[in-house]
Design a protein around this ligand. Structure first.
Ligand SMILES: *Cc1c(COP(=O)(O)O)cnc(C)c1O
Length: 388
């Protein structure tokens, strides 16, 4: 691992040049690779020699992308996956066995809830949720079968934070595998491995691509866990396509530059909303009014690209706001160059019960703005006119 700054690592960590001496990494659109000889094939399959065999196992583009992500997160090894959800599912399915138990934070991405609530129980894997505002209770939720501590910080869409240092210590004390969904912060703003995380997961679909073009994910972390999970991914097949890996790896070159701008725009929007009479509350990690502001300053370099707020007037006012927007897009994505407004209660988190939503502050008037790269004044002007 190099000692270079992330801005340099994101650009300079590149796969070896071919004999064409290309400057930019080419796209290796190939499903398999040729063997030099029968003996070479045998040695590759016997793991006696390293090399590419088949793109479900490895490919220069997916390797380049995973290797950059490892460098940025300070991780030993990584696997690129077809989506953020396949990164999450593969990590849990690859590590857990029947009878195991997962302790997770309640404020999780919608589909992560579905995996814990509905999919893993089919194979006898149980779960409990801990609340962010009651960290003292988490210890009592750990039992003899608990193997994984799974957290997301900042959370989507509530922007609640988990204290990573606290989570690292809890996992260590109880011999749990700490898995962190670091999608909202990106490796540029926050590195959970520094606090003792064993695995860090991302949806590459969001800020890593940054331009709303493709679905992808990545798992990075400690070698021994990545090896266990790669047995699962090699044979069950959620591989990232070489094309998407090529695109995401190029996108990483501009991640630091883009994140600086996402974060500046988001902070400006959050400050504007805080003073707006039609807004009940605003949440943004680097806004002083955030209940975990000190923690946000400690573990996140900047506040991230997402702002959430509550419009007064509930569901009706929220729907009106969305329909009034001209420049902002109505979409369920985030981390795009285009600013996106989402109403989580009726879209991304509609499969949760009202009670589950209220427990994580997803009210009918709550709005999530994934702040893009347009001029901040244009974003603010559109939000202002839509608030009426
Ligand atoms: C979007 C998202 C995911 C899922 O990623 P996909 O690429 O859509 O599968 C997981 N976690 C968080 C926090 C997300 O925002």
């Amino acid at each position: 691992m190099s000692n270079q700054k992330p801005e340099t690592q994101a650009i300079r960590n590149q796969t070896n040049r071919t004999e064409q001496r290309e400057h930019s990494t080419p796209l290796f659109m190939t499903s398999s690779f040729v063997f030099d000889s029968a003996e070479h094939a045998r040695a590759l399959f016997a793991d006696e020699q390293e090399g590419n065999v088949y793109s479900r196992y490895s490919n220069p583009n997916t390797d380049e992308f995973a290797s950059k992500m490892c460098e940025l997160e300070g991780a030993e090894a990584g696997i690129a996956t077809a989506s953020g959800m396949s990164a999450i599912f593969s990590s849990l399915a690859g590590l857990l066995e029947q009878g195991d138990h997962v302790l997770a934070c309640r404020s999780l991405f919608g589909s992560s809830h579905q995996i814990l609530n509905c999919i893993l129980p089919k194979w006898g894997i149980d779960f409990s949720y801990g609340d962010i505002d009651q960290p003292e209770k988490w210890e009592s939720l750990i039992n003899d079968n608990t193997r994984v501590l799974f957290v997301e910080t900042p959370s989507n869409p509530g922007l609640d934070l988990i204290d990573l240092e606290w989570a690292g210590k809890l996992a260590e004390a109880h011999d749990l595998i700490l898995i962190v969904d670091n999608c909202f912060a990106t490796p540029y703003l926050q590195n959970p491995m520094e606090y003792g995380a064993d695995l860090v997961l991302h949806s590459a679909t969001k800020f890593i691509d940054g331009q709303g073009r493709g679905i992808g994910g990545v798992i990075v972390g400690k070698q021994r866990y990545i090896e266990e999970i790669s047995f699962f991914t090699r044979h069950s097949g959620p591989a990232m396509s070489p094309f998407n890996a090529w695109m995401f790896s190029k996108s990483l070159e501009t991640l630091p530059a883009r994140m600086d701008r996402h974060c500046n725009n988001a902070l400006e929007l959050a400050e504007f909303l805080e003073d707006h009479p039609a807004v009940d509350w605003v949440k943004y990690p680097h806004l002083e009014s955030h209940p975990q502001y000190e923690l946000a300053k400690k573990q996140m370099k900047q506040g991230g690209g997402v702002v959430s707020f509550q419009i007064n007037g509930g569901n009706k006012a929220a729907m009106q706001f969305l329909d009034n927007l001209n420049t902002l897009s109505l979409s369920a994505n985030l981390g795009d160059s285009r600013t996106i407004a989402t109403h989580p209660a009726s879209t991304t988190h509609s499969s949760l019960t009202e009670e589950e939503r209220n427990a994580v502050n997803i009210t009918q008037g709550m709005m999530r703005i994934a702040v893009g790269l347009e001029a901040a004044e244009d974003i603010i002007a559109d939000v202002d006119q839509a608030l009426g």
